[in-house]
Every structure is written in C-alpha cells, then in structure tokens.
Design a protein around this ligand. Structure first.
Ligand code: SF4
Length: 406
C-alpha cells in the first residue's frame, strides 16, 4: 500500500517529494519541519520556479535531462530539491529512459490527471517530425502516462519545420485529443538562430530547448532571436550550458570566492539570463543534483555578471557550434566526408562533461568515412578555420579528438 511515508528511493519519502512539489503541505519555497528533530520534510536550498512563458506552468529553473539509464535515487533527490521538470525522449536508451521516468512518476502518484501529476512538467521528444502522432503512443505507454506536457520535434535542423502546416496540424490534433498540452522543438546545431526566428514567426510553437551557454553572449543575432521568442511568450530552455566550464576556475574569481566550482559557475552564468526559463542538465548522480541545485541558491552578483561577460568575450572562439557544412565545404576535398561538428561535439562530451566512454561510443557509431581521422590529417584546415563563423581552431581540436576518441 502506498502511503506518504513510503521511501521512494535513497531514503527520501513520498511526503518529502510531495511537499517539495507543492502538492501537499508547506509548498515549494518554505522549509517544513516534522517537529520530531528528524530531517526537514523539504530540503533546504530549493531550486526556484518560474512561469514557463505563455504556458503559465510553474517549472523549476533546473530540469532533469534524461538521456541516461534513469536511477530512481537521483530522481527522488532531484524532486526533493524542488525540481519538477523531466526531459526525456523516445530514443534515449532505447526507451529505457522513458520507462525509468514513468516508474518514478508512478511511485509518487503522478499519473493520469491526478493533482500530483499536474505539478510535474514532463517532456518527451521524437525524431520522426512528420509522424509524431504515430510515435507518441509508444512514449505514453513507456511513461505510463495519459499525456505529456510538451512534445518536441527532437533536434531539428530545418528552420522550415516550425512553420510547416503539416506539423501544425499534427500538433493541433494531439492537443485536441488531450495527448499533449504544448508543442515545441529542440535544436542543437545550426541553424539555431534561424529556427528561433521561425518559431517567433510561427503560431504553434510553445516551448524551445536550444543549445546555449555563456560563450554565446557576444552573438548579436542569437540575442535578437531569443528576444523575439521571449516577447512572443515562448518557453525557452537552455541545454549544454556547461560547455567551457573547465576554463572557468582560473578566470572567474567572484564564483570561486563564493565556493562555487566551475560547473556551478557555468550553470549560474546562464541562469542570469532571465529570458531563459529553465536549464536542462543531464544529472546522472546525486552529487550532480546537489551541485547544480546549489548553484541556484543565491542571487548573482554584479561582480559575477561582469566576470562572465569578460570570460565569454575571451574564450567564445574555443567551441564548435555545430553549423557543420561551413567548415567542411571550405576545406573541400575528401575532408568533406568528415563529420566535423559531430566529432567536435563528442570531444566536448569527453573533455567538458567527463563522459569519456560515452563520447568514444558515439564516435565509434559514426559511419567509417565520417570518422576517418586520416582525412583530418591530410586536409588543409586553414580555409575552414577562416570560414568558421566562430573562428574555431579546427585542426587543433581534431588533433585532440583523434587522441581521445579514435
Ligand atoms: S568548426 Fe566552426 S564552421 Fe565547423 S561546425 Fe564548428 S562552428 Fe561550424
């Protein structure tokens, strides 16, 4: 029998989670005590919530990215810290991410149209952009849910999709059927700016998840596109925010002074952009949940803000933004076949996210010609580096990729 005192995982009770969700008792921001001298019902340093644009839904500023083998203890801790936002996808771990998330939601009673379910923001995604209606039932079954709060077209690379009438028709029909509440997309690579602008021109995109970290701050075209979406009330979710974090400890003194490590500083550096409602982070351990949640605990100071801007100006050229064809076309010859953007992204997973094995697996899964690093050796990357809009030192990074991934 399920009671509020049931341990969900990691010693965290259902009552603690429901209190943090605001589904019972003390609500989200206050700290309730059970008056017994035992641990407080709601953990300290709760992640704050915001209204997610025109959806009006209250979501945590930190979202749990689910592209890993879901661990119930990690989810329980995340929810006890005030996180109420789960981001998964049909392809993550061959559906096991959705199954793991569904298992957790069921354990706390967040199913059907229950009051608890309504406190959770659940997103799933599909790569089948023109067959979303055929793929959603599988996701709902794995999640054990009657609906998701938002369905994304996963990783779009075509800025026409947010304006496509067929997509709009499907999204509208799924909403009318009560299978989704809102609709949106995720965009990892170029054309991020074009996709954001298309969403601002569209009338059926509610939420966007896009790649964004503080190194993008000097980019005026992206800033304007974010402004346009923000003014339209589109929910904006940042992902991959900790890229470049490893360069921060030596440079961001105001963060060090507050005892924040480089990953916390990187999250905080994006959190200062109030147009961004939430930051989606793949937190696979309880330590990551604690660290990232703690990063939201105090207000950002002016000194931090100035330091972030200066840091972004100095190092923003060090990361590939995934526009893909520009550098390959400029390099010409056989280098055209090399998956430069993918390889540099996997290098980022290896060096910045500490996911060495995962990065090597992804690299090994590329078609042989796309990961033939002999091509990288023989190509002349000077023209490509000149053509790269971010002045990425391509040859240098490919050398590192060869050493770490191949
Ligand atoms: S190296 Fe530059 S041009 Fe090539 S994919 Fe990355 S950001 Fe784009």
């Amino acid at each position: 029998m399920r009671t509020d005192d049931n341990i969900i995982a990691g010693g965290i009770t259902r009552r603690q989670i429901l209190c943090a969700l605001g589904a019972v008792g003390a609500g989200v921001v206050s700290i309730a005590s059970n008056n017994s001298g035992a641990a407080p019902i709601v953990a300290e340093n709760q992640v704050p919530r915001v209204k997610l644009g025109k959806t009006g839904m209250s979501v945590s500023r930190l979202a749990l990215g689910g592209s890993w083998d879901i661990d119930q203890e990690v989810l329980a801790l995340a929810f006890s810290r005030g996180i109420n936002y789960i981001d998964t996808a049909e392809d993550y771990r061959s559906g096991n991410s959705e199954r793991g998330c569904g298992q957790f939601l069921k354990s706390i009673g967040a199913v059907g149209h229950s009051p608890i379910r309504k406190k959770v923001w659940l997103v799933t995604k599909s790569y089948f952009h023109h067959d979303l209606d055929k793929h959603l039932p599988g996701s709902l079954e794995r999640l054990g849910q009657e609906y998701v709060d938002c369905l994304y077209m996963h990783r779009i690379q075509d800025a026409k999709l947010p304006l496509d009438p067929r997509v709009k028709e499907t999204a509208t029909a799924l909403k009318a059927a009560g299978k989704i509440r809102y609709f949106g997309f995720s965009v990892h690579d170029q054309p991020v700016v074009e996709c954001l602008n298309a969403a601002a021109d569209s009338d059926f995109i509610d939420v966007i998840m896009f790649r964004y970290d503080c190194h993008y701050y000097p980019r005026e075209d992206l800033m304007k596109a974010i402004d346009r979406c923000s003014k339209k009330g589109i929910g904006l979710i940042a992902m991959k925010t900790q890229v470049g974090a490893i360069t921060m400890p030596d440079r961001i003194d105001p963060f060090k002074a507050r005892g924040l490590n480089q990953r916390q500083a990187a999250i905080r550096a994006v959190a200062i952009d109030s147009r961004v409602h939430s930051i989606c982070s793949e937190m696979t351990t309880t330590e990551m949940i604690t660290q990232n949640s703690d990063a939201f605990a105090a207000r950002v100071t002016v000194a931090e803000l100035d330091a972030i801007r200066e840091h972004a100006r100095m190092v923003s050229h060090l990361w590939c933004r995934g526009c893909d064809s520009i550098c390959r076309t400029a390099a010409g010859g056989p280098a055209k076949n090399l998956a430069v953007a993918d390889i540099l992204r996997f290098l980022m997973y290896h060096e910045h996210y500490g996911k060495e094995e995962h990065a090597r697996e992804l690299f090994a899964a590329l078609p042989p010609s796309a990961r033939d690093m002999k091509l990288a050796d023989i190509a002349d990357w000077r023209a490509a580096e000149k053509a790269c809009p971010h002045r990425v030192p391509i040859a240098l990074l490919l050398d590192r990729a060869k050493e770490r991934l191949a």
